[in-house]
Design a protein around this ligand. Structure first.
Ligand code: GDP
Ligand code: ZN
Length: 362
């Protein structure tokens, strides 16, 4: 017996009319899911009529971290009959025709945004930080900024970085830590509580795997040094994408998460850049390009120090990236049309499978 509550499930997540047993998705493969439910670990497939109905109002495809309900089958694959409402998620655009926006992780409580304090191109970078922050805010979970490799800088530099991050982060907590020496790791304890789920965002090499291992107190993930040494895959102990640590904390690490980097950032953008957006629409000309036009409110704000040049630059950079997301919205109609075709096809295959399954279970 597994207590699904330890996986973060709460009965309030179930709508009143829900049937089936609650379960959490621990890994997602092409059309098969690994799950935990009250009966333990099991596999599941989507119920065709619910997920591939042919119309456009289909049940959301589950992803890692999702809570779902099952028609449990102790002799074979269970049937997933519903995706419960998500309290947080990350999605990315999958360019494969008919795929569109795909959730890559769901129902995490905290997003640890990791940057490293060493020198080099992968080091501390405010505009990258704000980009991650925007995505984290948009996900619905609580962002936490973790500046790793604090052992590589002196106390004064460290304090400077923390201050700079705090200024950009507006109210989000910032911690300087070292996965290597353990410095500052205690301060993360308040997030590492049983039945809480974490995701780690950050460029490769900043020490995400090392931090997971340090937080877990065991070698859950293969770190850079080992990867370089033997060229083996990422996970030492498991292929699961939602990992339950012995402390009761869960960590989601999916292939899709690792390729995050292009989000529709428009929603969280205003919140992160409230200090910049305050000046928008105040220029003399409504079509001001904010370069050398007379009466430009942005230009004078930068000159007077109301906003820094870096803030303005990172705002523009992110704004530019969210344009590609806007393009995606335009393509959405074509995308939905493709979906419909695919669902028809998958639906047919699935119905044949469901029929066979029913026959077998008789
Ligand atoms: P990931 O790609 O983000 O998962 O990063 P890894 O955890 O694989 O770490 C990348 C490299 O940074 C490895 O060589 C680690 O040993 C090293 N590293 C990780 N954390 C620290 C730290 O706190 N201090 C120092 N000096 N090195 C670290
Ligand atoms: Zn202007």
């Amino acid at each position: 017996m597994t207590d699904i509550l330890t996986y973060g499930f709460t009965p309030a997540m179930l709508p009143l009319d829900t049937q089936g047993a609650p379960a959490r998705v621990t890994a997602a493969h092409k059309d098969r899911y690994e799950l935990v439910c009250e009966f333990g670990v099991c596999f599941g497939r989507l119920k065709t009529s619910v997920y591939y109905g042919g119309g456009l109002c289909l049940e959301e495809f589950p992803t890692v971290g999702d809570f779902v309900t099952l028609n449990y089958n102790n002799r074979g694959d269970s049937q997933i009959i519903k995706t419960l409402e998500r309290k947080s998620f990350f999605s990315r655009f999958d360019p494969t025709p008919g795929r569109g926006e795909q959730a890559v992780a769901a129902n995490f409580d905290y997003v640890f945004i990791i940057q490293a304090l060493n020198q080099g191109y992968k080091s501390f970078n405010i505009s990258r930080l704000t980009r991650y922050l925007t995505a984290a805010r948009q996900s619905g979970a609580l962002p936490v900024i973790v500046l790793n490799k604090a052992d590589l800088v002196d106390a004064e530099e460290r304090a400077g970085y923390v201050k700079e991050a705090e200024k950009a982060a507006r109210g989000v907590s910032v911690y300087a830590v070292s996965a290597k020496t353990g410095y500052g790791m205690d301060s993360l304890g308040e997030y590492l509580k049983p039945s809480k789920t974490l995701v780690f965002l950050g460029s490769s090499g900043v020490g995400k795997s090392s931090l997971v291992n340090a937080a877990a107190g065991e070698e859950i993930m293969t770190t850079g040094e080992v990867r370089e040494a033997d060229g083996k895959g990422r996970h030492t102990t498991t292929h699961r994408q939602l990992i339950m640590l012995s402390s009761g904390v869960m960590i989601i690490d999916t292939p899709g998460m690792r390729s995050l980097g292009m989000w529709d950032v428009s929603d969280g953008l205003s919140e992160t850049f409230a200090d910049v957006e305050r000046y928008l629409g105040k220029c003399k000309f409504s079509d001001c390009g904010h370069r050398s036009e007379p009466g430009c409110a942005i230009k004078s704000a930068v000159e007077s120090g109301g906003i820094t040049r870096e803030r303005w630059n990172s705002y523009q950079q992110i704004k530019g990236e969210s344009k590609s997301a806007a393009k995606y919205a335009e393509d959405k109609i074509a995308y939905l049309r493709n979906q419909k075709e695919l669902h028809k096809k998958w639906g047919k295959e699935g119905r044949i499978r469901d029929k066979a399954a029913r026959k077998n279970s008789r």
